[in-house]
Design a protein around this ligand. Structure first.
Ligand code: DGJ
Length: 551
C-alpha cells in the first residue's frame, strides 16, 4: 500500500462501513457467531460451542514434540478447546516463503485428541513488543519502522502508522488464513485472535515520524460520526476529553481532543484499531471466521504508558468499536482478583464475552469464574493461562468445574440470552478482599437469595473464593442448579402475594451421555428440611429442584 493510500485510510475509514457485527454474511459451514436472544454464540458445524478452554504457555506449541507430551494433562483437565499461538517468525521464516508445518501439526494433534483450537496470531505485537516478527522484518528497520518514544528513541515495537508494516502483516496473515481454510476441513480451528495485547510502552503513544504526521492530520470523520451517534452512551473517559474541546466534529487531533495524556491515548487507540481492522479484513477475506483482539488490563494507579497504552480497554471501547468494525469482539486477559468487576465491563450488546486468559492457573477461583462467565454473562468461553502447568491438575477446582460444565453445556447453551439463567460467584476486590454479601435476583417468578458462604460447614475450612455456580429455570416451578458452596433460598417474586415458597422435590444427579441420572433425594438435612437448595462446598455438583407456593 502506498503511503498516501494508508493516510487516506487512516483519515477517512469509510463512513458507510457497517458498525454492526458481520454475522449474516458468514458461510454456514465455517465457524461463525450467531445471536440467540441477547447472547452471541460461537457456532461450529451447525451447533453452538461453549469453550471450556485453556491457553497454552507462549512457547509450548512452538515445538510439536514438546506439545505432544502435554495431551494427557490437557485431556485430564477436561478442556474442549486449547488456545494456542502461531508465530510469524515460524510461519514466514524468509520473506514470502511460508512454512505451515507448525500450524498443521498443531491442528493434527488437537484433532487426534478431539479438542478445538483458538489460534493466537503472534504477528506484529506480543504484549506490546514485536518479538515474533521474522528476521527479515527485524533487521530491515529502514523499511519496517519502529515506534519511537517522545525523545525519538526507537522501540522494539513495530509502528502501527507505517503502511509497510501493515502490508507485510496482511500478506502473511492472509496466507495463513487461506491455508487454514483449505487444510482445516474439520473446523478444528474455531476462532482467531488477531495479535496479542497491543499497547504502547513505556510512553502513551508512538512518536515516530509517521505517527507525528498522523497526529497533525485531521481526525477521521468515521470517528467523529461515531462519537456523535453514541454521544449519550460514551465512556466518561472519551466523553470528557471530547467535551473539554467543545465536542468538535472536525479538526486536527489536538483541536478535537486536546493534548492531554488521555487525548494521546485516544489517538493511539485509533491507530491500533484501524491497523488491526485492516489486518482482520485481510484474514477474513481469505477465510471468514470469528476474529477478536485481547487486552492487558490497567491497574488503578497506573497511567497510559505505565500500562500498555491504548489497547482495547473498556475506557477505549468507543474508539476501538469505531475504528474496528470488522473485529468481532474485545477480550480481556485478567490476572487481577476482581474478575467479576472487569468481566461485567466486557459484556455489552456490541461485545460478547470471551476470556482467553483468566487468572494464574494456580488460583482456586477459576472454576467459579467460569460459571459466572458462561452462566451470568452468556460468555462464549473461558480459559486460564498456561493451562498445561495447572498444579495438581487432576484434583484442581477448575478440572472439577469443567467436569460439571461439560455435562450441563447443552442446557447452558440453550438458555444463554433468554433471561432464564443466572450465574454467581462471591466477588473479590482488586486487593483480594472477598464480598460475602448474598446476591438477590428474580427468576421464573421467584426471588432467589444466593449465599456463597456455606452455613453448615465451619467457615475457616471453606475456600469461599472458589465457590460459585449457576441456576437455570427449566420449566414452570422447576430449576437446575450447578455449582459449589452455594445456598439458595426462594420466595415469591410477586410483592405482597401472601404466598410462601416450599421445595417440592430436590434431587442431586449427573448427566451421563447427555441423559439425566438422578441420585440421592435431598429432603432432609441436606436442604435444611426443605428450606433451601444447598450445593456443598467440597466440590461442584448438580441438583434439580421443584418448588411450590402455599398460604
Ligand atoms: C499475558 C500475555 O497475553 C501472555 O501471552 C503471557 O505473556 C502472560 N501475560 C504472562 O503472564
Amino acid at each position: 500500500m502506498t503511503r498516501k493510500r494508508w493516510i487516506n485510510l487512516f483519515t477517512a475509514l469509510s463512513l458507510t462501513a457497517s458498525l454492526a457485527m458481520p454475522l449474516s454474511a458468514v458461510a454456514q459451514d465455517a465457524p461463525h457467531l450467531k445471536k440467540q436472544g441477547t447472547a452471541t454464540q460461537l457456532i461450529v458445524d451447525g451447533k453452538p460451542l461453549l469453550i471450556l478452554g485453556g491457553e497454552l504457555g507462549n512457547s509450548t506449541a512452538s515445538d510439536l514434540k514438546y506439545l505432544d507430551g502435554y495431551w494427557p494433562t490437557l485431556k485430564a483437565i477436561g478442556l474442549n478447546t486449547i488456545i494456542a499461538p502461531v508465530e510469524w517468525d515460524q510461519i514466514e521464516p524468509k520473506e514470502g516463503i511460508y512454512d505451515f508445518a507448525p500450524l498443521e501439526g498443531l491442528i493434527k494433534q488437537a484433532e487426534a485428541n478431539n479438542v478445538k483450537v483458538v489460534l493466537l496470531w503472534f504477528g506484529a505485537w506480543k504484549n506490546s513488543m514485536s518479538s515474533y516478527a521474522p528476521p527479515y522484518i527485524k533487521h530491515n528497520y529502514k523499511t519496517y519502522s519502529r515506534a519511537q518514544d517522545d525523545k525519538g528513541v526507537p522501540l522494539d515495537i513495530l509502528s502501527p502508522y507505517d503502511p509497510d508494516n501493515l502490508t507485510a502483516n496482511q500478506r502473511v496473515f492472509g496466507a495463513l488464513m487461506g491455508h487454514l481454510k483449505t487444510f482445516d476441513k474439520n473446523h478444528t480451528v474455531v476462532m482467531v485472535q488477531v495479535e496479542n495485547e497491543p499497547g504502547m510502552l513505556p510512553v502513551v503513544r508512538d512518536y515516530s515520524p509517521q505517527a507525528q504526521a498522523a497526529y497533525k492530520g485531521q481526525v477521521p470523520k468515521t470517528l467523529t460520526a461515531y462519537l456523535q451517534k453514541h454521544k449519550a452512551s460514551l465512556h466518561p473517559y472519551v466523553r470528557d476529553v471530547w467535551a473539554a474541546k467543545g465536542n468538535k466534529t472536525a479538526g486536527t487531533w489536538s483541536e478535537v481532543f486536546g493534548d492531554s495524556i488521555e487525548a494521546q491515548e485516544i489517538f493511539q487507540a485509533w491507530g491500533y484499531a484501524v491497523y488491526l481492522n485492516e489486518l482482520t479484513k485481510s484474514g477474513k477475506a481469505a477465510y471468514d471466521m470469528p476474529m477478536y483482539v485481547n487486552v492487558a488490563l490497567n491497574s488503578p494507579e497506573q497511567k497510559p504508558g505505565e500500562y500498555p497504552s491504548a489497547g482495547p480497554l473498556p475506557h477505549l471501547f468507543d474508539i476501538w468499536k469505531a475504528g474496528g468494525p470488522d473485529i468481532d469482539l474485545m477480550a480481556m486477559d485478567i490476572y487481577y482478583p476482581n474478575y467479576l468487576e472487569w468481566a461485567d465491563k466486557f459484556k455489552r450488546p456490541d461485545n460478547p464475552v470471551f476470556v482467553p486468559e483468566a487468572n494464574r492457573a494456580g488460583k482456586t477461583d477459576a472454576g467459579g469464574n467460569a460459571f459466572y462467565t458462561l452462566g451470568e454473562l452468556d460468555g462464549i468461553g473461558f480459559a486460564p493461562f498456561h493451562i498445561e502447568t495447572l498444579p495438581d491438575h487432576e484434583t484442581h477446582p477448575l478440572t472439577d468445574a469443567y467436569r460439571v460444565l461439560t455435562q450441563i453445556a447443552p442446557i447452558v447453551l440453550a438458555n444463554q440470552g433468554k433471561g432464564t439463567m443466572r450465574g454467581f460467584k462471591a466477588p473479590l476486590s482488586y486487593e483480594g478482599v472477598l464480598d460475602e454479601t448474598p446476591r438477590t435476583f428474580d427468576l421464573g417468578g421467584y426471588t432467589l437469595t444466593v449465599s456463597m458462604v456455606d452455613s453448615r460447614t465451619p467457615k475457616d475450612t471453606q475456600d469461599i473464593a472458589a465457590h460459585g455456580g449457576l441456576i437455570i429455570q427449566t420449566g414452570k416451578d422447576e430449576f437446575l442448579a450447578a455449582g459449589r458452596g452455594v445456598i439458595i433460598r426462594f420466595s415469591d417474586a410477586a410483592q405482597n402475594s401472601g404466598y410462601r415458597v416450599g421445595l417440592e422435590q430436590i434431587v442431586e444427579g449427573e448427566f451421563i451421555d447427555g441423559q439425566w441420572v438422578g441420585g440421592r433425594w435431598l429432603n432432609g438435612d441436606e436442604s435444611g428440611q426443605g428450606r433451601y437448595l444447598r450445593l456443598p462446598p467440597e466440590k461442584f455438583g448438580i441438583q434439580k429442584l421443584k418448588v411450590y407456593r402455599y398460604k
